[in-house]
Write a protein that binds this ligand. Sequence first.
Ligand code: ADP
Ligand code: MG
Length: 300
Amino acid sequence: MEPLLEFRDVSVRFSPHRKLSDVFRRTELQEICAMDGVNLTVHRGEIHAIVGESGSGKSTLARVATRLQTPTEGQIFMNGEDVTTLGSQAAVRAYRKRVQMIFQDPFSSLNPSQTIFDHVAEPLIVNNLGGGAKSISEKVLSTIASAGLRPAEIFARRYPDELSGGQRQRAVIAGALVMEPELVIADEPVSMLDVSVSAEILKLLLELRVSRGLAYIFITHDLHLAAAIADRVTVMRKGRIIETGLPQQVLKDPAQEYTRQLLDSAPSLDEALQRRASRRSVSGASASGTLADVAGPVQS
Ligand code: ADP
Ligand code: MG
């Protein structure tokens, strides 16, 4: 597979907030190193999971990859082109078109006073990409439908508070897809959703990967989930990559004790789905719905 996004020795440091008392006491404050010498390659069409406990630097990695955050050190390449410093506004726009982000909380990603149509149309209009009103409208409606909000004409007219949590996340996904990105960065995209809704959203992301040839950086604290859906799993701790490998390899034979602890401690969506399915099978209903089912088409 061709490399799409590469990080070379990327570090991000934040200077701590100095309180007045620190100034008086002349306390030397330590810099916060959110990313420390990170090397990472995401290949075209790949799902690359980033796993780590809270504070390990996952969201910083996501912000650097979308260029919302400039690295303190290191270089970033997209399709072999150095994009570490995006000079012009036009270069930033071109980059944002190729790399889109989906956040954890769909509600805060949507403007409560904007319809879903306007939310999805906005990036096309702002970036002058859509052509005329008719072609914008067609594109927006077909994208809303491809995010699973059907009939799209009905959902397009709705406001965020008229949607369920899962439908909101679909609207956010539509807003990312409309730009036809090559890479989507999903930062804990299902961690605020109910178990069965999570499985549906994951299924959608996996389908879109196939139908649109998308690559994902999929950020999660759930190593079991990462292993179930990803082609490659990278484990972060305190801003560093401590392990990377194929999912089965990381899951079966973790190289680091920390990874083993993540495996033991993470509340697993996959396990939760299996518990649900076994409860349903006891009550006579279908036992489908595990992440193995969700991830199935990708491995084939
Ligand atoms: P994660 O997403 O894995 O929970 P983050 O990337 O959000 O981790 O944070 C990594 C570390 O960097 C944490 O210690 C966090 O407090 C710190 N950090 C993140 N953003 C900032 C910022 N803007 N200013 C100062 N410290 C930050
Ligand atoms: Mg985070």
